[in-house]
Write a protein that binds this ligand. Structure first.
Ligand code: ATP
Length: 453
């Protein structure tokens, strides 16, 4: 949405003043509706789609605070700017705590007002585009809950979509917190097995001496402590999916037995001579390099080939920083709802810092970070001071370009600036355009023109 389809409501009981403000805003392309009383303003809020409400704080019938309350109820996505005199600054601050975007002092500086509106509209567009994009992704893949519009995640989603309906064994690799379990659950939920169990076992979390019993079950008396007969996870997963996490940590003896199950579809409980047929789709995951484990003699090569029928490689978050804005918006919404806080926003400064951080714990770390910020903030937005302590807070450490020299053309300088800005935000074009103060489309055009894509 551009400014041409953004509607701004101006509520001010000084008619002359209201019209002058509207005229100044219309000049830069916004659609304006003027209400010259609080009552008229409230009626418009009830019936029209408004993106930004600019209201005087003190009017003869209703106060700006009442307008704010009604707007929050009827138009939760709209942004509110309060216009106030010096005597009422305290009330305006209170209004910001109740959800107003900002307040401006009288007499209004029209350039300042335009800049505030531009900022708010840009923020609204970003949120709306992200929601739309996620909806499109969900519709395209029918895979709700997996967020990511980077090329690498699109590739993963396409693959998940293609293989979910098959019975093929899947090996998911990726660092901790990149979403391996989420992908495994999604494959199961989109498969014909979705009404049957999804059984999950983490090989690393089970002591070696009981892992085989967990996997294949045991007969009563088969070892000290085996007081009863017990089914293993494979049996529980019959007709469903078995997600075996941290497979790289599985001891060699269990690997040999697992290989046999994959080859003939039969399991044998410990202490039994009888084989039981199981119909299980296996999805294995690891954050280790299985190739290295094979070289070290810790992982069976034949099992690796059996598992590696379909391989899904999840890239670390630092290699797909362009997914961060979408993830940020989704997690902020999720935790605002969970902790019953009005949907919060994040300041550009805090956003910049999160975009530059390397995320060693990947999406799990980002999710935890946003959860803690939502919990601790006392404001309507998340800011730099809400960031966890271990995240470096300096946002002014921009990469410096060393490529500028007297004598180079403006065009070369522009190329250098674009490259340097993109590098500072990990290639995130949306964020880079914002920093450069140009539209995303303009940035795309320039990338095309200078063959920087
Ligand atoms: N693409 C994504 N979109 C939304 N949420 C995600 C995405 N990827 C991961 N998450 C969330 O991040 C958290 C960690 O994901 P998950 O447990 O699937 O990672 P993992 O790779 O299995 O981690 P580990 O190797 O430590 O077991 C979960 O809360 C998950 O829902």
């Amino acid at each position: 949405m551009s400014q041409y389809n953004t509607t701004i409501l101006i509520i001010d009981d000084n008619e002359e003043h209201a019209n002058a403000t509207a005229e100044a805003i219309q000049k830069v392309g916004y659609k304006c509706i003027v209400a010259t009383s609080g009552k008229a303003g409230l009626k418009i809020i009830e019936t029209e789609e408004i993106d930004v409400v600019i209201t005087d704080l003190i009017m003869h019938d209703f106060s700006g605070m009442e307008i704010l309350k009604a707007t929050k109820e009827k138009l939760p996505e709209a942004e509110i700017i309060l216009i106030t005199g010096y005597g009422t600054v305290e009330t305006a601050v209170d209004a910001m705590q109740k959800g107003a975007a900002t307040f401006l002092l009288k007499p209004i500086n029209i350039n300042h007002l335009r800049a505030e509106i531009n900022k708010l509209v840009e923020k609204q567009n970003l949120v709306r585009n992200n929601i739309l994009l996620q909806k499109q992704l969900d519709e395209k893949y029918g895979l709700t809950g997996i967020i990511g519009n980077s090329a690498s995640m699109q590739k993963v989603l396409t693959m998940v979509n293609q293989i979910s309906g098959t019975n093929a064994t899947v090996l998911i690799t990726g660092e901790s917190g990149t979403g391996k379990e989420l992908i495994a659950k999604t494959i199961h939920n989109n498969s014909l097995r979705k009404h049957n169990p999804l059984v999950i076992l983490n090989s690393a979390a089970i002591p070696e001496n009981i892992l085989e019993s967990e996997l294949f079950g045991h007969e009563k008396g088969s070892f000290t402590g085996a007081l009863y007969q017990r089914k293993g996870k494979f049996e529980y997963a019959h007709r469903g999916t078995f997600f075996l996490d941290e497979i790289g940590d599985m001891p060699l003896s269990a690997q040999a037995k697992l290989l046999r199950v994959l080859e003939d579809g039969m399991i044998t409980r410990i202490g039994s001579n009888e084989s039981i047929e199981v119909d299980v789709r296996l999805i294995a995951a690891t954050n280790q390099e299985l190739g290295n484990l094979i070289k070290e003699g810790k992982f069976r090569e034949d099992l690796y080939f059996r598992l590696n029928v379909i391989r899904i490689k999840l890239p670390p978050l630092r290699e797909r920083l362009e997914d961060i804005p979408l993830l940020l918006d989704a997690f902020i919404r999720e935790f605002s709802r969970l902790y019953s806080k009005e949907i919060l926003q994040i300041t550009p400064e805090a956003r910049k810092i999160l975009l530059r951080y390397q995320w060693p714990g990947n999406i799990r770390e980002l999710k935890n970070c946003i959860e803690s910020m939502v919990v601790i903030t006392t404001k309507k937005y998340l800011d730099v001071e809400d960031l966890p302590d271990h995240i470096e807070k300096k946002s002014d450490e921009m990469p410096v370009s060393h490529g500028l020299m007297a004598g180079m053309t403006m065009e070369d300088a522009e190329i250098e600036l674009i490259k340097c800005t993109l590098a500072s935000v990990g290639g995130n074009r949306e964020e880079a355009a914002r920093m450069l103060g140009i539209g995303e489309r303009t940035l795309y055009r320039k990338l095309d023109l200078y063959r920087l894509k």
